[in-house]
Design a protein around this ligand. Structure first.
Ligand code: JFZ
Length: 322
């Protein structure tokens, strides 16, 4: 374990990327601004599956440039990147034979940004990990949903198209896609970042995923798989624990404004000073800082995020690495 965690412990600073179809509505649906985090818009606004899936043919983010994003991370002093391969909306940002609701088959863009990032990361010496929403999936039948609004128990689904069997979802979409992610990208991923487990993820079902993960002995995965598995890393979200987690590996993930996925009207950005203080506070307590960017529907990183990352990088260059 110590050997496997060595690069991660030394890294201290990483780039989180939340990017998907939700960058098209960017916080607005049917002319109304939808409260909350942008990547949750399908759930928060109770958007029917067919309407949400209709975003895919509109997704053509030709401004996406893997070289520039990896270079931006490097210039900020970030040693690794974790990008949303699939968020709760179920849309795969990678080439998938297992499910056709993906960026290569369902959009005019037809490129695989994960492949492009993997190639650039290898070239530029940055590590790459994938976030994968293993449990919530709002467009696949049987995928789980957290409750928002008036969604009803036990499933909290809002569209009959979401109904189905969770184990079937797991066996026909989640696990096949995880296999793709774990085998199609060369040296990567070095991290799998799970999220929001529900009680659907029983120890037995989670065990099937763990079996897969164990075939990749250098892989690092977080504590959000479910089924009672603790994983390798604690993941305090949007805060810094007062004492850190003595004896454990931990990573605070944070946004720069008030959303992970791009929202056109969220300009509540933290100052560079605040971001630097967070980095230093976290590093001093032995943790990692996973700082999020949310590219827009053209694949372009919002300018306030670029500026802040560059300023953080300048400070590190002048004041030295911890
Ligand atoms: C989850 C996601 O639902 C969200 O969209 C984003 O991807 C974020 C990084 O992770 O949200 C969470 C997960 C866990 C907690 C809070 C929000 N938590 O443990 O407090």
């Amino acid at each position: 374990r110590n050997e496997r965690m060595a690069w991660w412990r030394a890294a201290r600073f990483g780039m989180f990327i939340h990017w998907g179809l939700y960058s098209i509505p960017a916080g607005t649906w049917d002319g109304k601004q939808i409260h909350g985090i942008g990547e949750w818009i399908m759930n928060t606004a109770s958007i029917p599956v067919a309407d949400y899936k209709a975003l895919a043919p509109q997704f053509n983010p030709t401004g996406f440039n893997a070289h520039d994003i990896v270079a931006l991370a490097k210039s900020a002093g970030q040693k690794y990147i974790v990008i949303t391969a699939k968020h709760h909306d179920g849309f795969a940002m990678f080439a998938s034979k297992a499910n056709d609701f993906n960026i290569v088959d369902a959009t005019p863009f037809k490129r695989d940004p994960l492949r492009e990032l993997a190639e650039e990361c290898k070239k530029q010496g940055v590590k790459l990990g994938f976030y994968y929403s293993q449990d919530q999936d709002w467009t696949a039948p049987g995928g789980a949903a957290y409750k928002t609004g008036d969604h009803q128990p036990p499933t909290f689904h809002w569209d009959p198209a979401q109904n189905g069997d969770f184990a079937t979802y797991l066996h026909t979409k989640c696990i096949p896609q995880m296999k793709e992610l774990l085998t199609n990208y060369g040296d990567f991923p070095v991290v799998i970042w799970f999220d929001t487990p529900t009680k659907d993820m029983t120890p037995a079902l989670a065990g099937e995923i763990v079996e897969l993960l164990n075939q990749h002995p250098n892989l690092i995965w977080n504590n959000r798989l479910g089924g009672g598995y603790k994983g390798d890393t604690e993941t305090p979200e949007q805060y810094i624990p007062a004492q850190g987690y003595p004896g454990e590996d931990w990573e605070s993930c944070m946004t720069m404004n008030d959303t992970w996925g791009y929202k056109s009207y969220d300009d509540n950005f933290k100052s560079t000073e605040t971001l630097l203080r967070n980095l230093i506070d976290i590093a001093s307590k032995g943790g990692n800082y996973l700082l999020n960017i949310g590219p827009d529907s053209h694949g372009v990183v919002p300018q306030p995020e670029v500026e802040r990352l560059q300023e953080v990088g300048k400070w590190i260059a002048v004041n030295g690495e911890a």
